[in-house]
Write a protein that binds this ligand. Structure first.
Ligand code: 26V
Length: 835
C-alpha cells in the first residue's frame, strides 16, 4: 500500500493553528494542523474518485488548493457576516479586467501558512515547483489596468477595508502567445478547462438582465435582432485573502447564461437544436476577453459585455444595500463605486435608471445620489483608446439608457452655455454626445459628468488629463479632479517572488515593511554598510541563477548570469518603444563589430510582451526583435558579449520570475504617453536600476530615489508636444553618425535577409512616416545614459548601493499607499475589522 493511502484518517479533526504562526497574524478560528494531511488526502482521493496510483501533479495541486480553501472558508464567511452586521460603507471596484495570475502560493503566503506548506511539501516528498506550475494563470486582463485591479484587491483586504471586486468570468482569458518563425501566433487560453478550485458558483444569487433587443450569433459576431430579451448573470466568487488572513474579501465574476436554459416546449416540438442555440448565444457574452488595449474599435459584443457587467453588479449591490437599509437617500453613505476606466461607465445611466424607474425618485435627487456614489479613474490619454459608442447601439439595445443619456447631455450643455455664453464651441467639445456622421457617446465625458471624482494614475498623467485631454470639463468641474499615483502590492511582487531579497530586508529592519512599506526608508543608512551591500548583491545573484535555471528547464534557453540582465517586459505598443530598445541594441552591436576590444559589459537583453492580434505594427516589432535575437546569436563576433532573448507568453507568473532577476529596467515610452506604468515600480522594489524617460510614475520614482540614482534621458513631454509640427527624423539620420549607422544596417536587410517587407515597414515607421513616437530624437541620449549605466556596473559595490537606495525609496509605490488615498479622499470608507 502506498504511503498516501495508509495515512488516510478515519476522522477529520478540526484544524489546529500551525505552531510557528506569529501571534500578531493569528487568524482567529482558522486552524490548520500541519502534522497531518487529513484534508489533503481526502481531497486527493475523493474529489476525483481516484486511487493513489492514478493521481498526478494536477490532482495534487487541486487537493492542496482545496485544502487551503477549506482553511480560509470560515474566515471568508465571517468577513461577510461582519460586514452584514456592522453595515459599514462599502466600496465596489468595477473592472472589465482582473489580471490575478496564480492564487495558490499567494494565498498560502497571505494566510501565513508558508512555513507549514514548506514542511508539508518536504514531508510528502512532493515537487513543489511542479505542483505550483499546475495552476494556470488567471489571465483575465490585457496589462497594467487589469493587474492594477488585482493589486488593489490585495491592498483593500490587507487593510481590512470592506471592499469587493466585480468583473466578468471570461471562459477564455488573454490569448496564449506562440512565436513561429519570429511572428506572434495566438492560441485560445482555455484556462477553465479543468475545474478551478478557487471559485465558488452561487447560482442562487443569479440576476436577470434586460435588453431592448434579442441576439443571435451570425458569422462569428453577435447580432442584435428585434424584440426585447433577457440574460442571466451567474456569480462566481473568489476569495481575496488579506495579508495575515484577518480579512477575506470577495471578487465576484459574472458568467452569462440563458434565462430558460432549456426550452421544453421547443424540445417537444422537435426544435431541440434551436432551443439549445439560444442558450449558446447567451453564453457567448462572457466567452472571451477582448485582447486589444490599443483601440476602442466598435465591437458590439464588447458593448454588451460592458452593460452586462454593470447591470449584474448594480443589481447585486443594490439588493445587498436593500437588505440592511430602507432609505434610498442613504445609498451614498453606504456605497462607493470606483469605475476602472470608462469600460464600466454605463453605470451612470444604469444607476439613474434604477433610481428613477425602480425607486421612483425625481431627476434631481437621482442625479445627486448617482454623482455622490461614483468615481472614475482614467488610464490612458491615447485618443484611439478612449471609448466612444455609436448612439445607434443604445437605440437598439438600451433605449431607456439612451433617453437618460440624452437628458444628461442636454443639462450639461445648458450648464456650459450659461457659464460661457460667448464660447460657441465649448458645449460641442465638452458634450456627451459627439454629433457627426454617426452620433457617438463619449464615455469619458459621461463618466466625468456623472461622478464626483475623476483621477489620473500618476502626477504627469493627471495634469495632462486635466489641462489637455478633457480641459473643458476640468474647467467646469475643477473640484472633481485629482491624482492618485498607482502602486503595486509588495506581498506578491517582493515577499512572494523574491524571497532572497525579502529575507535580507527583514533581517535588517524587521518585517513591518510587508504591510508598511514606508519602513523601507530605514534601509537608507545601510546603503553604506558593506555587509548589507554584500547580502543584497548575493540576493540578486541568487535570483538571476534561479531565473536562468528556470529558463533552461522551461524553454531550453541558456543565459549567463554573469551578464547584465536588461529587461523590457510589457504590452507591445509603438508608444512604449520596444523599437527604440532594438535600435540601442543594434548600436551596441555595431560598436562591437567595429572594435572587438571596445570596453563593454556583457549583456543579456530580455523582451517579453503580447501584441493585440489586429495591431500589425506591434506584431512587426515582435518579428524584428526575434530576428535581431537570431542574427546576434548567430554572429560569432559578439558571442558571449551580447545576447537578445524574446520570451514568448508573457504573463503574471513570468513577471514574478524575471523581475527579481533583472539588473536593469527599461521604461522608455515617448514622454507624455505612458499614463503611469506599474512594472517600473516592481523592478524598483526588486533592486533593478531604471533607464527611462521622464514619463508616467517613473518621474515620481526618480524624485523619490534622487535623479542621481536613475538613468533618465530623452525629451520631456513638453518638448515632445512643442515639436509636434516641426520634428523631422531625417535630421537625426543625417547629423548623427551612430543613428545613421544603425538605420543603414537595419535597412540593408542585415537582420531580415529574405524579408524585404519588414525593412520597408521599418523605414516607413522611423523615417518616411515621420517617426511619430520620436525614436530617433531619443536614441542619442539613450546611448549616453546607457554608457553611464555600463560604467557604474563595473563598480559592483557602487551599483548595489544605488540599488539599495532605490529599494529604500520604493515605499511610496506600494498599492497600500494608493488605496489609503482612494479610501480617505474619494471613497470615505474605513477599515471594518473582522473580530
Ligand atoms: C483599453 C481598451 C480600449 C477599448 C477596448 C478594450 C480595451 C481594453 C483595455 C484598455 C486599457 C488601456 C488602458 C491601460 O491599460 N492603461 C494602463 O493602465 C495602467 C494602470 O493604471 C498604467 O500603469 C499604464 O501606464 C496604462 O497604459
Amino acid at each position: 500500500m502506498t504511503r498516501g493511502y495508509a495515512a488516510f484518517p478515519t476522522r477529520f479533526p478540526l484544524y489546529n493553528a500551525p505552531d510557528d504562526l506569529p501571534p500578531q497574524y493569528g487568524c482567529g478560528p482558522i486552524k490548520f494542523n500541519g502534522s497531518n494531511n487529513a484534508l489533503y488526502e481526502r481531497h486527493l482521493l475523493f474529489d476525483n474518485a481516484l486511487s493513489p496510483s492514478e493521481v498526478g501533479d494536477r490532482e495534487r495541486y487541486e487537493a492542496i488548493a482545496r485544502s487551503v480553501r477549506d482553511v480560509l472558508s470560515q474566515r471568508w464567511q465571517q468577513t461577510e457576516e461582519t460586514y452584514s452586521r456592522e453595515n459599514p460603507k462599502r466600496v465596489y471596484y468595477l473592472s472589465m479586467e482582473f489580471l490575478i495570475g496564480r492564487s495558490l502560493s499567494n494565498n498560502i503566503l497571505n494566510l501565513r501558512l508558508d512555513p507549514m506548506a514548506r514542511r508539508f511539501f518536504a514531508e510528502n516528498q512532493l515537487d513543489e515547483l511542479a505542483i505550483l506550475a499546475q495552476e494556470p494563470d488567471a489571465g483575465l486582463g490585457n496589462g497594467g489596468l487589469g493587474r492594477l485591479a488585482a493589486c488593489f484587491l490585495d491592498s483593500m483586504a490587507t487593510m481590512q477595508l470592506p471592499g469587493m471586486g466585480y468583473g466578468l468570468r471570461f471562459e477564455y482569458g488573454m490569448f496564449k502567445q506562440q512565436i513561429v518563425n519570429g511572428w506572434q501566433c495566438e492560441q485560445p487560453d482555455n484556462w477553465l478547462r479543468r475545474p478551478d478550485p478557487w471559485e465558488v458558483a452561487r447560482p442562487q444569487l443569479a440576476v436577470t438582465i434586460e435588453f431592448g433587443c434579442s441576439f443571435e450569433v451570425r458569422g462569428g459576431n453577435l447580432k442584435a435582432t428585434a424584440g426585447a430579451s433577457t440574460l442571466l448573470g451567474i456569480p462566481y466568487d473568489r476569495p481575496i485573502v488579506g495579508y495575515g488572513g484577518k480579512t477575506i474579501n470577495t471578487l465576484r465574476l459574472w458568467a452569462s447564461a440563458a434565462t430558460n436554459s432549456f426550452d421544453f416546449q421547443g424540445f417537444s416540438a422537435g426544435e431541440f437544436v434551436s432551443a439549445l442555440a439560444e442558450r449558446l448565444t447567451a453564453e457567448t457574452v462572457t466567452r472571451v476577453l477582448y485582447p486589444d488595449d490599443s483601440t476602442s474599435m466598435g465591437q458590439g459584443l464588447r458593448f454588451v459585455q460592458e452593460y452586462f457587467l454593470v447591470a449584474c453588479s448594480l443589481a447585486d449591490l443594490v439588493r445587498r444595500f436593500r437588505l440592511n437599509n430602507s432609505d434610498w437617500n442613504c445609498l451614498p453613505d453606504k456605497v462607493a463605486i470606483q469605475l476602472n476606466d470608462t469600460h464600466p461607465c454605463l453605470t451612470v445611466p444604469e444607476l439613474m435608471r434604477i433610481l428613477l424607474d425602480d425607486a421612483g425618485l425625481d431627476w434631481e435627487l437621482a442625479w445627486d445620489i448617482t454623482k455622490r456614489m461614483l468615481a472614475y479613474t482614467n488610464h490612458t490619454l491615447l485618443p484611439e483608446a478612449l471609448e466612444k459608442w455609436p448612439l445607434r447601439w443604445f437605440e437598439l439595445m438600451l433605449p431607456r439608457h439612451l433617453e437618460i443619456i440624452l437628458e444628461i447631455d442636454r443639462r450639461l450643455r445648458e450648464e456650459i452655455v450659461t457659464r460661457w455664453p460667448e464660447d460657441n464651441d465649448r458645449a460641442e467639445r465638452a458634450g456627451i454626445v459627439e454629433r457627426g456622421a454617426g452620433h457617438l457617446v463619449r464615455m469619458a465625458h459621461l463618466a466625468i459628468a456623472g461622478s464626483h471624482s475623476t483621477n489620473g494614475v500618476a502626477a504627469i498623467h493627471s495634469r495632462l488629463l486635466r489641462d489637455v485631454t478633457v480641459r473643458d470639463l476640468a474647467e467646469l468641474y475643477s473640484d472633481r479632479f485629482s491624482n492618485k499615483t498607482n502602486g503595486v502590492t509588495p506581498r506578491r511582487w517582493l515577499l512572494m517572488s523574491n524571497p532572497g531579497l525579502a529575507n535580507c530586508i527583514t533581517n535588517a529592519i524587521g518585517d513591518r515593511w510587508i504591510t508598511n512599506m514606508a519602513d523601507l526608508e530605514l534601509l537608507k543608512p545601510l546603503a553604506e554598510d558593506g555587509e548589507f551591500i554584500a547580502a543584497v548583491g548575493m540576493a540578486k545573484r541568487q535570483a538571476k541563477l534561479r531565473f536562468a535555471e528556470w529558463l533552461k528547464s522551461q524553454a531550453g534557453i541558456q543565459v549567463d548570469p554573469d551578464t547584465i540582465f536588461d529587461s523590457q517586459i510589457k504590452r507591445i505598443h509603438e508608444y512604449k518603444r520596444q523599437l527604440l530598445n532594438g535600435l540601442r541594441i543594434v548600436a551596441l552591436y555595431n560598436r562591437l563589430r567595429e572594435n572587438p576590444h571596445v570596453d563593454m559589459q556583457p549583456r543579456t537583453f530580455f523582451f517579453a510582451g503580447k501584441a493585440a492580434p489586429a495591431y500589425q505594427v506591434a506584431k512587426l516589432i515582435i518579428k524584428f526583435l526575434n530576428n535581431l535575437a537570431d542574427t546576434i546569436d548567430g554572429d560569432p563576433a559578439v558571442h558571449g558579449r551580447l545576447r537578445v532573448v524574446f520570451l514568448p507568453e508573457y504573463c503574471v507568473s513570468m513577471a514574478e520570475r524575471l523581475i527579481p532577476a533583472s539588473d536593469v529596467s527599461n521604461q522608455i515610452s515617448t514622454a507624455g504617453y505612458e499614463a503611469s506604468g506599474t512594472s517600473n515600480m516592481k523592478f524598483m522594489m526588486n533592486g533593478a536600476l531604471t533607464i527611462g524617460t521622464r514619463d508616467g510614475a517613473t518621474i515620481e520614482m526618480a524624485e523619490a530615489a534622487g535623479e542621481e540614482n536613475f538613468f533618465l534621458f530623452g525629451l520631456t513631454a513638453e518638448q515632445v508636444a512643442a515639436g509636434r509640427d516641426w520634428y523631422n527624423p531625417w535630421w537625426h539620420y543625417e547629423n548623427e553618425p551612430e543613428t545613421r549607422a544603425v538605420l543603414d544596417l537595419i535597412l540593408s536587410g542585415h537582420f531580415t535577409r529574405h524579408e524585404p517587407m519588414i525593412v520597408d515597414a521599418l523605414r516607413n515607421i522611423l523615417l518616411i512616416g515621420g517617426d511619430t513616437y520620436r525614436h530617433l530624437a531619443d536614441l542619442g541620449s539613450y546611448m549616453a545614459a546607457d554608457l553611464r549605466l555600463q560604467s557604474l556596473y563595473t563598480k559592483q559595490e557602487a551599483w548595489t548601493r544605488r540599488a539599495i537606495l532605490n529599494i529604500a525609496s520604493s515605499g511610496k509605490f506600494s498599492s497600500d499607499r494608493t488605496i489609503a488615498e482612494y479610501a480617505n479622499e474619494i471613497w470615505h470608507v474605513s477599515p471594518c475589522p473582522v473580530p
